[in-house]
Write a protein that binds this ligand. Structure first.
Ligand code: IPM
Ligand code: MN
Length: 357
């Protein structure tokens, strides 16, 4: 196992939040080698591509990628292949990072920051397992063409393809069942099997795989109902497994239960525990460079990196405990600030976590 970490801050607030995570890792004095490269809009400006070959090569040979965020409105008019988002999609696909773990955990100190009532969210601890390299995100064919069937023959139409291979569903199912085994042993598979063939296929495979995990209680929910239940009674959920598109939407929704998307880390893994670790939030160009962004999601992503790619559970828990401690001490960036707490900037939050380690 290599000890190389590719550090890819990307655009917007990426630079400043990743900087704090790197400082936290340095403070732990681990045997890691960090190498930085450009990605996203910044890489497009410098090299004409959001995922330049040297960045992709660095990511491929690294055990882990610590990723900030990509995107800025100024790139929205570029052809799709040059948009910053293609960098993260390209990394996921090229590294085969099919398993996306997005924990939504409410820190007790933040129960009153959520837009939901404290009694609805206190104690919340959900893990969303999102399939990340298939589904309509990557399915072909896709494009724009002249319709040759349906109600609008002769009209121009846009089209994408939702598809999942059996092995693809099986491998994410195993990840989700095994995660559930280590938690409350409840797995909810989310689909749209009342309408979509892909979803019925997904559901049948989930049921088949469940035979290997008799200790885990498997349930199924349609995506529309799941979106509703997630705000009605979020604590009913333990592990949620779902496809790429539904997982994208549900994980944003779940993040807000915890008060701020600025708190949520994520891990994207392949079969060799090579992983990409990034905050669940975006590049927030509106607050970039102002020392306002919350670095905790990125710092917590670094903890996930130590846990999943480097097998260092102790250091991971050290970081997580330090984050709990700074919240306990009352330090808050603007996104989680409430009267009576201590408002700090991005770098001061980094200082506080390092002091708490
Ligand atoms: C996410 C993001 C990405 C996605 C975008 C930036 C391509 O929204 O990581 O959830 O849709 O997967
Ligand atoms: Mn998303």
């Amino acid at each position: 196992m290599s000890n190389l970490v590719a550090v890819l801050p990307g655009d917007g607030i990426g630079e400043e939040i990743v900087e704090q995570a790197v400082r936290v890792l340095a403070a732990l004095k681990l045997d890691l080698e960090l190498e930085k490269a450009d990605v996203g809009g910044r890489a497009y400006d410098l090299y004409g591509h959001p995922l330049p070959k040297h960045t992709l090569d660095l990511a491929k040979k690294s055990q882990a990628v610590l990723f900030g965020a990509v995107g800025d409105w100024k790139y929205d008019t570029l052809p799709r292949e040059f948009r910053p988002e293609q960098a993260i999609l390209g990394l996921r696909k090229n590294l085969g990072l099919f398993a996306n773990l997005r924990p939504a955990v409410l820190y007790p100190q933040l129960a009153d920051v959520s837009t939901l009532k404290p009694e609805v969210v206190s104690g919340l601890n959900i893990l969303i397992v999102r399939e990340l390299t298939g589904d309509i995100y990557f399915g072909t064919p896709r494009g724009i063409r002249i319709a040759t069937d349906g109600l609008f023959v002769g009209d121009k139409e846009g089209y994408d393809t939702m598809r999942y291979a059996e092995s693809e569903v099986r491998r994410i199912a195993h990840i989700a069942f095994q995660a559930a085994q280590k938690r409350q042993k409840k797995l909810c598979s989310v689909d749209k099997a009342n309408v979509l063939e892909t979803s019925q296929f997904w559901r049948d495979i989930m049921i088949d795989v469940s035979k290997e995990y008799p200790d885990v209680a498997l349930t199924h929910m349609y995506i529309d109902n799941a979106a509703m239940q997630l705000v009605r009674a979020p604590k009913e959920f333990d592990v949620v497994v779902t496809g790429n598109l539904f997982g994208d939407i549900l994980s944003d929704e779940a993040s807000m239960l915890t008060g701020s998307i600025g708190m949520l880390p994520s891990a994207s893994l392949n079969a060799t525990n090579q992983g990409l670790y990034e905050p669940s939030h975006g590049s927030a160009p509106d607050i970039a460079g102002k020392n306002l962004a919350n670095p905790l999601a990125t710092i917590l992503s670094a903890a996930m990196m130590l846990r999943y790619s480097f097998g260092n559970e102790i250091a991971a828990q050290q970081i997580e405990a330090a984050v709990g401690k700074v919240l306990e001490q009352g330090y808050r960036t603007v996104d989680i600030y409430k009267e009576g707490t201590i408002k700090v900037g991005t770098s001061q939050m980094g200082d506080a976590v390092i002091a708490a380690l």
